[in-house]
Write a protein that binds this ligand. Structure first.
Ligand SMILES: Cc1ncc(C[n+]2csc(CCOP(=O)(O)OP(=O)(O)O)c2C)c(N)n1
Ligand SMILES: [Mg+2]
Length: 356
């Protein structure tokens, strides 16, 4: 059976608008806000890779190349909405209001990095693949029962759609008709496994058919397609019209994590070529140039401002009080198991030994 899910674009690779019905909503103000967030997220990501290489944070998960997915979708949210991110979605988290210092603390391995900012419902990143989808469906169900207009967005990768939790999350959301947007970033790899080796379906969007919910396939490097489609999905959710599955087709330029070497499983030329052709930031710059909105001086100033903000956050993270090693054991269960107590005692015995 053939399912037709063409990739929807609003702006093509050359920065031309191909869906004129959206043109009026693309104000200069919105475009400048989007551009600032794109530069901020990319600069932060590069800084984090460098901090990891210097041993100043732990293992890090880069998202470079996927900024339009994360910025565009996060900007479409309202203050009272929920965000359920994965380990690769701190670009979305910072755009929605999580501080850079908080995100740095997380990558430093600190539990404090998981505390959501005041007034924002940003759940700590899920590392176990797809577990956040049923949680998101549950949070959306709670909002529905409370009778609010709040919606939920949940992020996940292409690999996550091969997990049972993906199907359970979509099924619950569909059956209970709850206000959730399932936002898939199809970066075409689950670590080293290309999408063609983990599913026979040609698209992820078509999986929505099984749950009788809208499935939309968009160009994830086109920030306008991401922003407007997410906004419409959220709107449907708020108006009692249930969940949507969005497949945003994208590409990660770098490694899966800082412990991965992508040259072992894919041709590096592909990422190099994509940087020149489909890059979400270059595309936005081409659009701004076409509109006559491009201002080199302003762009330099944006870069300077975000770099300064990032440097300040790094300094703040490095001044943060040292972690208490007992935290590693105390926050696993509400009541510690005997194995954890044994490990804790062994650790402190060893520590006393080396400290004399
Ligand atoms: C339940 C579970 N199984 C396996 C892993 C190991 N693992 C970490 S990331 C990953 C790949 C996920 O790929 P995808 O969903 O496409 O997300 P991406 O990393 O590409 O953003 C795997 C298998 C895990 N974290 N959790
Ligand atoms: Mg993936």
């Amino acid at each position: 059976m053939e399912f037709q899910f063409p990739i929807m674009q609003i702006m093509n690779e050359q920065g031309c608008i191909v869906r004129s019905e959206y043109r009026e909503q693309m104000t200069k103000e919105l475009v400048m806000t989007m551009y600032r967030h794109l530069i901020r997220t990319r600069t932060f990501d590069r800084k984090c890779v460098s901090l990891q290489r210097q041993g100043r944070i732990g293992t890090y998960v880069p998202y470079e190349g996927q900024e339009a997915c994360q910025v565009g979708s996060a900007l479409a949210l309202c203050d009272g909405d929920w965000m359920f991110p994965t380990y690769r979605d701190h670009g979305a988290m910072m755009t929605f209001g999580c501080s850079l210092m908080q995100i740095l603390l997380y990558w430093k391995g600190r539990t404090e990095g998981c505390v959501p900012p005041a007034g924002k419902k940003i759940v700590p990143p899920s590392v176990p693949i797809a577990t956040q989808l049923p949680h998101a469906a549950g949070a959306a169900y709670a909002e529905k029962r409370k009778g609010t207009k709040n919606a939920v967005i949940v992020y996940f990768g292409d690999g996550a759609t091969s997990e049972g939790d993906f199907h359970e999350g979509l099924n619950f959301a569909s059956v209970f008709n709850v206000p959730v947007v399932f936002f898939n970033q199809n970066n075409q790899y689950a670590i080293s496994v290309p999408i063609t080796r983990q599913m026979k379906s040609k698209t992820i969007a078509q999986k929505a058919l099984a749950y009788d919910i809208p499935g939309i396939r968009i160009d994830g490097n086109d920030i306008f397609a991401v922003y407007f489609e997410t906004q419409q999905a959220l709107e449907r959710a708020r108006n009692g019209r249930g969940p949507t599955l969005i497949e945003a087709v994208t590409w990660r330029y770098g490694a899966h994590t800082t412990s991965d070497d992508p040259s072992k499983y894919r041709d590096q030329e592909e990422s190099k070529r994509r940087r020149e052709t489909t890059d979400p930031i270059k595309r936005m710059e081409r659009f701004m140039q076409r509109e006559g909105w491009w201002d080199e001086k302003w762009a330099n100033q944006v870069q300077e401002e975000v770099s300064m903000e990032i440097e300040q956050a790094v300094a703040e993270m490095e001044r943060y009080p040292k972690a208490n090693p007992a935290d590693m054991f105390d926050y696993v269960f509400a009541q510690p198991t005997w194995t954890i107590t044994e490990q804790k005692n062994a650790y402190f015995q060893w520590k006393r030994g080396i400290e004399g």
